[in-house]
Ligand binder design. Structure first.
Ligand code: SAM
Length: 184
């Protein structure tokens, strides 16, 4: 589903954009974003775990041509503080759950995820996109997905268009929710 998400992002994320990776984890999404936005872009990467910040920083350093790296800022902290760190962005992604290969008890939580989603909506530019990949197979994952769903279903359709993609024949696969901020 991550590759499905990244394929969807391709049509929205452009060279020079300011983007937020709200859960940078092992750095795969940040790497994709860095390569897409290039040296004129700005990337802000959040994670609550120092290990994740270290991994993402190493991936960007080792795997992206230094000449092509965007201006990058790492925030070790909760993504619900997003508005304290970012004024405006055209793209924000959340890849929820736990750090693969890390401590599975450190996992995104419905309350902070919903707060962060609202913060992302507040900083998102017109025509910007928020992408939420919600995992439903681990303990608490379904509750978190439902909390996100409850929020997005109440958004006025004049403000955002919200769509959901899931793999129907793999019920435990993650669900992709995309929020598109309508112009004007
Ligand atoms: N995007 C990552 C990648 O490409 O490798 C994968 C992210 S992983 C599935 C989820 C990450 O969310 C974990 O690294 C975890 O520490 C982080 N996380 C959980 N709660 C968070 C929070 N409140 N704020 C920021 N990051 C959080």
């Amino acid at each position: 589903m991550t590759s499905v998400a990244q394929r969807a992002w391709h049509q929205f994320v452009k060279e020079g954009d300011t983007v937020v990776d709200a859960t940078c984890g092992n750095g795969n999404d940040s790497k994709w974003l860095a390569e897409r936005i290039g040296p004129n872009g700005n990337l802000v990467a959040f994670d609550i775990q120092e290990d994740a910040i270290r991994s993402t920083s190493a991936v960007l350093e080792d795997e992206v041509d230094p000449e092509l790296l965007p201006n990058t800022r790492f925030i070790r902290g909760c993504h619900s503080t997003m508005q304290e760190h970012v004024q405006a962005a055209s793209f924000v992604c959340f890849n929820l759950g736990f750090l693969p290969g890390g401590d599975r008890t450190i996992v995104s939580q419905p309350t902070t995820t919903v707060a962060a989603l609202k913060a992302a909506m507040a900083i998102l530019e017109p025509r910007g996109i928020i992408s939420v990949l919600a995992y439903v197979g681990h303990p608490g994952g379904m509750e978190e997905y439902k909390a996100v769903q409850e929020v997005v279903m109440q958004i006025h359709p004049q403000d955002f268009t919200v769509l959901e993609q899931r793999i129907l024949n793999r019920p435990n696969s993650p669900v992709l929710i995309l929020l598109w901020r309508r112009p004007g």
